[in-house]
Design a protein around this ligand. Structure first.
Ligand code: BQZ
Length: 704
């Protein structure tokens, strides 16, 4: 039934007599379009746990302690002369976690944490872009210059990245130079010294080497165009930035962007240092079977069984302690069972696994039912609505992903605002959410910044409410009409042979949620006459195709920058050729940005370049308006996730969100988790062993 405005228009056309009827549907469309609004208010959700907010300095510090301790079985290695004494294995001033910030205080050694993951390891070369299978593996292995995962518990007014491999830093008077001091005396898990050599290898031979891209895609622009980095001495590095005091980049130096690998191992295979080696050989030089790969993280991979398990043993050189001088971690072993993400929820609720980010709404009801039972082995705690999904239309028209004629025609459509609006109007987001789970969990998501961030402004958020009529009218406005009467709109006669418009929707098959949403989108787009072809692929393949632009639309879970703004800020817009999910450089190396995209880039760069709080808030309002008004990406639904963790673990921070600055596997500070002796399991596979020498087929070793 046409709305009041349409009735008004039609009546007048008739009033105009015969000639008036010639006005096309598009005229009607323009005249009749539903006004965009702000997003509907989300349903009340009281189950959300709230953290205890603290200051940055309440969490940790770096200092020398009068004495240090280690597990008895590790002491046996020292006594056997197989390991230097603990005090010599630790840095001059190790990182010390403050007891006051540990919910259950100083812990005891022993036991294992059993993860279940849906990814599969390609190898240990994070620096060259290999995945270790996600689910907390790479987060646990790769320590970075700064750390942000635990910042969910930090007061907003004190928010700043935590020191990590960089234990302190100071800015020069003019604000262009940042001098960082590394943890002096820290060592890799094989005892090799960690120093500026590892940092400069990562900077020069990974970030600046165009043939190498680390996992999570860091590029030179990640740290600001024209930024330089140099080593002043073995434990001091100096950044030089074009902007003045761009504190933003301290967040970019955290996980996933500046997590250096062991240069003493990686250099042996890098083409710059190994004659005749290729970059592909370098990338694949450390397969999953290569065990005891040196790390700075708390646990080291000692066993790999394909499609079964990765087992890790404590790092004897780990450079963090508690206030009693106990070398961390408390847990001696970590497992990653290679299964599915859905199975992760099932095993955590059942108690055969220990941890899960409940991120798939399809599992909510059963997980809530089971964890409510007195006998439930795990506790479940919801956080804020930080999980959301969007469709990223490929906005490149200059060859990114080498599209064929059909693909190029779709790119041109994606770059047409009316077309993107049509798709947005055509989506019934309420229905998409309810198809995942009923109840107060999901809420329609317009796209752009998400409410949990203090930079979110509802009035700056443009929301195109569901209206199939407006969608159809705007498709016509974009030149798409069903010329062959088969229910699907066609390209104009001179484009792709006037064929039906066919759009590929790239998504992962690793998550039921991604599949359910994709199927919902296909059905809703069909209802407005758009034919969508689903390409549901395993995570690693999807990630590779997405990063190389081989998609028309990509449906994916939204990244942390839209939750926090300060984390990976540069990813908020195509601020560099290899940065944005939906728009990277074409075959000529250039980014063919649309005018509104250029405004988004300028707004994000202005945000990075200013420390003025009010100016930053105003800039993010501008950003949000540009993003949602122009449908840069098409938001779908948003909901809270819940952390499921076995009840035997102590020191679990209250209100740990599954995703905010980083995933819970970082936020939890797993090296501080412990299990009281009387609750410890006997699930360790390699008790009383430590990592052996790096190499294929090597495993853990005993003290005798
Ligand atoms: C959490 C996370 C830890 C990546 C991955 C996976 C990859 C994406 C994303 C999540 C998994 C878990 O997410 O789903 O709960 O444990 O690992 O890294 O989806 O395919 O490329 O961005 O983080």
């Amino acid at each position: 039934m046409p709305g009041a405005r349409e009735v008004f228009v039609i009546k007048h056309i008739y009033a105009l007599g015969g000639a008036g009827l010639l006005l096309s549907t598009s005229m009607l469309a323009v005249l009749a379009q539903t006004a965009p609004s702000t997003p509907p208010a989300p349903p009340q959700f009281d189950a959300q746990q709230i953290p205890t907010f603290v200051g940055v300095d309440d969490i940790l510090e770096f200092k020398a302690l009068p004495e240090y301790h280690e597990p008895d079985f590790v002491k046996a290695f020292v006594d056997a002369g197989k390991l230097p004494p603990v005090a010599e294995r630790l840095p001059a001033e190790p990182m010390v976690y403050k007891t006051a910030n540990m919910p259950d205080g100083v812990g005891v050694y022993g036991d294992v944490i059993r993860h279940v993951i849906g990814g599969r390891p390609e190898g240990w070369n994070y620096s060259a872009g290999q995945t270790q299978g996600w689910g907390g593996i790479d987060i646990g292995l790769s320590e970075c210059l700064t750390r942000t995962g635990p910042l969910f518990q930090v007061r907003a007014e004190e928010l700043a990245p935590l020191p990590n491999l960089a234990k302190s830093w100071e800015w020069s008077e003019d604000g262009h130079e940042l001098t960082m001091h590394l943890v002096e005396g820290a060592k890799w898990s094989d005892g090799d010294p960690f120093d500026a050599g590892d940092i400069m290898f990562y900077w020069n031979d990974v970030i600046l080497d165009p043939q190498v891209t680390p996992l999570n895609g860091a590029s030179p622009e990640t740290f600001g165009a024209g930024t330089t980095l140099e080593a002043i001495d073995p434990y001091t590095i100096k950044w030089t930035f074009k902007d003045v005091r761009p504190t933003q980049y301290l967040y970019a130096m955290a996980y996933g962007n500046f997590c250096p690998g062991p240069s003493h191992i990686l250099k042996t295979e890098h083409p710059k240092y190994k004659d005749g080696a290729t970059y592909d050989q370098f990338k694949n030089a450390f397969p999953p079977e290569f065990l005891n790969m040196p790390v700075m993280g708390a646990w080291v991979p000692v066993e790999y069984r394909a499609d079964d398990i990765i087992a890790m043993r404590r790092n004897p050189y780990y450079w963090k302690v508690d206030e009693n001088g106990n070398q961390l971690p408390y847990l001696d072993e970590a497992h990653y069972r290679l299964s599915t993400w859905a199975d992760r929820d099932v095993q955590a609720v059942a108690g055969s696994g220990d941890l899960s980010n409940l991120e798939q709404p399809e599992s909510f009801v059963e997980a809530l039912r089971r964890s409510a039972e007195d006998t439930a082995p795990a506790r479940l705690a919801f956080g804020a609505r930080t999980i959301s999904y969007s469709i990223y239309p490929n906005l490149s028209a200059n060859g990114w992903g080498e599209p064929d004629e059909r693909g190029q025609a779709v790119r041109e459509l994606n770059r047409d605002l009316n077309f993107r609006k049509a798709v947005s109007f055509g989506l019934n987001r309420q229905a998409l959410g309810e198809a995942l789970v009923r109840g107060p969990f999901t809420t329609p998501y317009a796209g752009g910044l998400m409410p949990p961030t203090s930079y979110y402004d509802n009035d700056s958020t443009v929301y195109y409410p569901y209206s199939a009529d407006d969608a159809k009218a705007l498709l016509e406005e974009a030149g798409l009409v069903d010329t062959d009467g088969n229910g699907f709109v066609n390209f104009p006669a001179n484009v792709a042979g006037g064929a039906d418009v066919q759009i590929t929707l790239l998504g992962t098959s690793d998550y039921q949620t991604d599949k359910s949403l994709a199927e919902g989108v296909v059905a809703q787009m069909e209802a407005i006459g758009l034919r969508i072809l689903l390409q549901s692929q395993a995570g690693n393949q999807r990630d590779a195709n997405e990063a190389s632009g081989k998609f028309d639309w990509s449906l994916r879970r939204v990244d942390a920058e839209l939750i926090t703004v300060v984390q990976n800020t540069q990813n908020l817009a195509p601020t560099g050729p290899q940065i944005a999910r939906g728009h990277r450089a074409g075959t000529d190396g250039n980014l063919d940005l649309l005018p509104f995209e250029q405004e988004m880039v300028d707004t994000v760069n202005a945000f990075v370049a200013t420390a003025d709080a009010d100016e930053r808030i105003a800039l993010m309002k501008t950003y949000q308006k540009l993003y949602t008004d122009n449908v840069y990406a098409i938001g779908l639904t948003q909901y809270p996730g819940a952390l499921i963790i076995n009840k035997r673990f102590a020191n679990v921070p209250e209100g740990t969100p599954i995703l905010q600055f980083n995933w819970a596997e970082d936020g939890l500070i797993r090296e501080r988790l412990y299990v009281p002796e009387d609750q410890q399991s006997s699930a360790e596979l390699f008790p009383d062993t430590l990592p052996g020498a790096p190499g294929v087929g090597n495993g853990p070793v005993t003290s005798n």
